[in-house]
Every structure is written in structure tokens, then in C-alpha cells.
Design a protein. Structure first.
Length: 398
């Protein structure tokens, strides 16, 4: 797979007369319609296959999507606020403080103003956020490599192996939507918007650290380059909005860390809570231990999968993705691999790293046939749907 064309990154052009916001939104939505249609089509395949399999197994499909695993924890927070804990047989404690507040706040708000209960509100938030995420992913892909790439990129995200989580009352779609639009705002030099969206992402998932890093590294490199080029005079004044965006970016995550610290009366209580859930950072020790404990065929298969992941990251570098996009994608992967959590959750944790799908999206377009590209996406959609149905009807998502 060759690196592909260089990104089409150009600064936003000023317009003498700005169109009304509504008009710009309609134009943007019209441009994104093919991507949203493609994404919705592959996700509908997933839902139809799962619904049919659940019906055949005598199980309640909406219940499996909205009231299982993490979904229940978020709904408890939405209903009663924080304070619920579970004591494990070994003496450990799982606290609901491990779950960030934006999703339960949205669930509660919707449940208050609509006939939906909390489970239905959770699904509505997740499905709406999924479409917004697909739109943002399209916007990033289209800006870098053209509209056709943006369409394929959105569809590929919808057939990711653990894409079934995009149909659940989980935070993955909400976080990815905020991350994609934050990155798009950086690419179009709307730094304050980027920082505000990043702050909201920080109220959604701890992996917002990857997005915060993307904004901070991009700003730092911009300032260093100007300083080395001898244009440092007035640099801070010229980049005031960029610096303000970087300052805003971590405020959501920091606010929640402080909230947990104050509530628990310990400065590092948030990290203690995450450690109880097995979500501390161990530099990859847990992953290495898991791999070494596998039978040889499984060990070799997993090593091959990790090698393929490394190859994909290298292709992103060779593709010369813009710095914020590249840093974000790599950081999500690194955070997913160096944690001490359950191995089965790692593919799901990497799902927001949609920039990893840019090289495959560009490669698919080299087929030079819409029918061939659609056929590949259809096969991937069926495979993803089958895996999702098998997982959801089994022990459940990690």
C-alpha cells in the first residue's frame, strides 16, 4: 500500500460576506449526505443482522443495546447521581466515579423532556452522536484527500470490527464526534472551537488525553517553527486564539478530576478509582503478560494483529497526515495498549482512532470503480455485523 496523495490542507479563506449560519449548515450537510448515507447503510446492516439473531435466540435486542455493562453504570449516574459502588469478592471496590458525566447528563436531560426512559435516551444520544461522528470523520477525510475519501472513511468507521458498540448506549460515538469535529476545527484554524469541543470530550472519556495532546503538540510545533524561522516577534499576539484554545482544551478533564478529588477528599482519588477498575497505566505490562499466557497459535495470531496495527500506524506517518490528526490517532492507540485493563476492551478503546482508517480509505479508492469499492464495504459490513451479533448474544461487549 503506497502512502497516497499528500493532504489537501489549506487555510480557511476569508469571505467578504459570510452566509448565514443556517445556510452554511445546510450546504455542509448536503455535501456530507453521501457519507451519512453510506455510514447509515452499513450500520443498518449491523442492526438488522443483530435483531434477526436476537429474535432467533429469543432475546430482547433493545435491552442488549441499552441496558448492559457500562450502559447500566451511566444510567445509574443519570438517575441518582454519583455514589454507587460494588464490592468485589476479592475486596476490591468498583465506583461509578470511573464514568465521566457528559453522557449521563445528556441521558437525564432527554429523559426529562421526552417520553423516553433513560435506556431509550441513551440509545438516542448514541445514535445521534454516531451520525455526527460520521459527519465529522467525513469532514476531516474530505478536507485532507477529497470528498470521495471522506465518504469511504466514514463507511469504514461504520464497519470497524467492534462497530456494534456504535449502536449501544456507550460513550464511543459521543467521544468520536467531539474528537472529529475538534480536529476539523484545528485544520480550519478555529482554535477556540477546537478547545471547547476538546473540553467536552474531556467530560466524556479519559482518552480525551489523546485529543488534548494533539492540540498541545500542534500549537507547540507551530510556535517553535516560527521562532526558528526568525518570525518570533509578536508570535504570542498572532497566535492568541490558538493559545486560548489549548488552554481551554484540558478544562473538562481537569474539572472532573478535581470533582472526584473534592468528593473523595483525596487529591489523587480519580486515579485510585480508575486503578480499582484495572484502568491504570502500566506501560504495556498487562498486555505483554496476556500475550505470553496464550497458547502458541493464539499468541502468534495476536502478535500478527499487533504487527498489522503497527504497519497501519507507519502508513499514517508515510501518508503525511497533518500533525494534529496524526498525534491524535497514534495517542489513542498508545493509550489503549499501555493500560492495565481487560484485553478484550482494547479494540473498542481504539475505535475512536479513525485516522488509522485513512490509508485503507485511500487504497480502496484506487480500485477506480464505485461498484468494487461498494462491494468491499458490503463484505466488511456483513462480517462486522456477524461479529457484532455473535458478541452481543454472548457474554456481551467488553
Amino acid at each position: 500500500m503506497s502512502p497516497g496523495p499528500s493532504p489537501q490542507v489549506t487555510p480557511a479563506r476569508p469571505h467578504p460576506e459570510r452566509r448565514p449560519v443556517r445556510g452554511r449548515a445546510v450546504t455542509a450537510l448536503t455535501a456530507a449526505a453521501p457519507a451519512l448515507g453510506a455510514y447509515a447503510a452499513v450500520r443498518i446492516v449491523g442492526l438488522v443482522v443483530f435483531w434477526a439473531a436476537a429474535s432467533a435466540a429469543g432475546k430482547n435486542a433493545p435491552h442488549l443495546l441499552s441496558q448492559r455493562w457500562d450502559s447500566l453504570w451511566y444510567q445509574r449516574v443519570a438517575e441518582n447521581g454519583y455514589g454507587y459502588t460494588v464490592t468485589l469478592p476479592g475486596g476490591g471496590v468498583h465506583s461509578d466515579l470511573a464514568f465521566f458525566p457528559l453522557l449521563p447528563a445528556l441521558e437525564r436531560g432527554l429523559a426529562e423532556v421526552t417520553p423516553l426512559g433513560l435506556p431509550g435516551a441513551g440509545l438516542l444520544v448514541a445514535w445521534t452522536a454516531a451520525l455526527l461522528a460520521a459527519w465529522g470523520i467525513f469532514a476531516v477525510g474530505a478536507r485532507l484527500y477529497g470528498r470521495r475519501t471522506g465518504v469511504v472513511l466514514a463507511a469504514l468507521w461504520g464497519v470497524y470490527p467492534t462497530a456494534f458498540v456504535q449502536s449501544m448506549a456507550y460513550t464511543e460515538t459521543l467521544f468520536t464526534a467531539l474528537a472529529a469535529w475538534s480536529l476539523y476545527a484545528v485544520l480550519t484554524r478555529r482554535w477556540i472551537v477546537a478547545g471547547a469541543l476538546c473540553a467536552l470530550a474531556g467530560l466524556t472519556r479519559p482518552s480525551a488525553a489523546a485529543l488534548i495532546a494533539a492540540l498541545a503538540v500542534t500549537a507547540a510545533v507551530t510556535l517553535v517553527r516560527e521562532y526558528r524561522a526568525g518570525t518570533g516577534d509578536g508570535m504570542i499576539r498572532r497566535h492568541g486564539r490558538m493559545l486560548l484554545g489549548v488552554v481551554i482544551a484540558p478544562l473538562g478533564w481537569l474539572a472532573y478530576v478535581v470533582f472526584v478529588a473534592v468528593r473523595e477528599g483525596r487529591p489523587f482519588a480519580y486515579f485510585d478509582v480508575q486503578a480499582q477498575w484495572g484502568n491504570s497505566i502500566d506501560g504495556g505490562a498487562a498486555l505483554a503478560s496476556f500475550i505470553l499466557g496464550l497458547p502458541l497459535p493464539a499468541m502468534l495470531g495476536l502478535c500478527a494483529a499487533l504487527a498489522a496495527l503497527g504497519r497501519l500506524v507507519s502508513l499514517c506517518v508515510r501518508q503525511r497526515q497533518p500533525l494534529p490528526v496524526l498525534v491524535y490517532g497514534i495517542a489513542v492507540v498508545v493509550i489503549s495498549l499501555i493500560g492495565s485493563g481487560y484485553f478484550g476492551s482494547r479494540p473498542r478503546l481504539m475505535m475512536p482512532a479513525f485516522p488509522l482508517l485513512l490509508p485503507p480509505a485511500v487504497a480502496l479508492l484506487r480500485l477506480r470503480s464505485t461498484a468494487r469499492t461498494a462491494a468491499v464495504l458490503a463484505v466488511l459490513a456483513v462480517a462486522s455485523a456477524a461479529y457484532g451479533a455473535w458478541t452481543l448474544l454472548g457474554s456481551g461487549p467488553p
